[in-house]
Write a protein that binds this ligand. Structure first.
Ligand code: PDD
Length: 285
């Protein structure tokens, strides 16, 4: 059975009902998280919850739930294993459509799971190099908030798909920000470069882990601005997200990245992430 969580109750997905006057539906007045669980254990769960609380605070939606307990139980009810948990918190149901909101609204809380593949079980040789396009970043200036207003992300991803590409890399004021649902890294002469954390990008949980693993393993990195030239002349380009790990981008706007193959530093980072994930799955992390 596909069990979901809605406003304090666990129920079959078919039973879940949300009002058409919910502000999440009418205005995208809501925030979310996507948290993978591997072998029933949350991947960087505390970090994801901290980011959720940052988003809630930033948009002034009341917080104060035991998020870990809610999600752990949902995962258990869905049989544990490898699941991607989606959690959305909207400002609530205002009963009518009005831009202004009543601060006393009860938030709507919805969570569901979908199966996800653990990248630790994927042989490195089977990982496919991705094709990306570069396009304008149409989003607002608070991309650090994980808001469900994802229309710009959806439109540019479709633009990539229309050109047989897998991801769109976003350019704002001449610098690369991130992908439509991923952070970005460029490798040049053995050094990893990635945009610094700011309100123009989402503070990715896997981005943070990649930098932590680089630190622990003596791999140099720098958080800096990356322009189109630096992006397209790097030796390697990677994207990261919690559900996909770290993936190589082997072509950008139809041109090969480096020699057009998956790079050696990517393979090393993939292995480090895989090792981290295995530890998590066996309970030693
Ligand atoms: N998105 N940047 C954006 C714009 C994202 O939407 C995401 C993740 C990331 C990577 O963050 P993390 O490493 O914390 O997964 C970066 C999720 C997976 C989604 O929207 O489905």
């Amino acid at each position: 059975m596909n069990t979901v969580y809605l406003n304090g109750r666990y129920m079959a997905a078919e039973e879940a009902r949300i009002s058409p006057f919910d502000r999440g539906f009418l205005f995208g007045d809501s925030v979310y998280e996507v948290i993978p669980y591997f072998q029933g254990r949350g991947f960087r769960l505390q970090e994801h919850i901290a980011r959720l609380e940052h988003s809630l605070r930033a948009v002034r939606i009341p917080n104060g739930r035991d998020w870990v307990a809610i999600l752990d139980q949902l995962v258990e009810l869905n049989g544990g294993g490898n699941l991607s948990v989606y959690l959305q918190v909207t400002r609530g149901d205002s009963g009518s459509r009005s831009h202004a909101y009543d601060a006393g609204l009860e938030p709507t809380i919805f969570a569901c799971c979908t199966p996800v593949r653990d990248f630790a079980s994927l042989p490195v040789a089977e990982v496919k190099g991705l094709a990306a396009i570069v396009t304008a970043d149409l989003r607002w200036h608070r991309c650090d908030i994980k808001s469900t207003c994802l229309l710009p992300n959806i439109l540019v991803l479709q633009q990539a798909r229309d050109q047989q590409a897998d991801e769109a890399l976003l350019l704002r004021d001449g610098v690369v920000t991130e992908g439509t649902s991923s952070n970005i890294f460029v490798v040049r002469q053995g050094v990893i470069y990635t945009p610094k954390r700011s309100s123009e990008i989402l503070g990715g949980i896997t981005r943070e882990l990649v930098l932590e693993l680089a630190d622990e393993n003596g791999i140099q990195y720098q958080e800096t601005d990356i322009d189109y030239e630096a992006l397209t002349t790097g030796d390697e380009v990677w994207i990261s997200s919690s559900t996909r790990g770290v993936l190589p981008v082997t072509s950008i706007d139809g041109q090969a990245v480096g020699n057009g193959e998956k790079g050696p530093l990517w393979a090393r980072m993939f292995e480090l992430l895989t090792r981290y994930q295995r530890k998590l799955m066996t309970g030693s992390k």
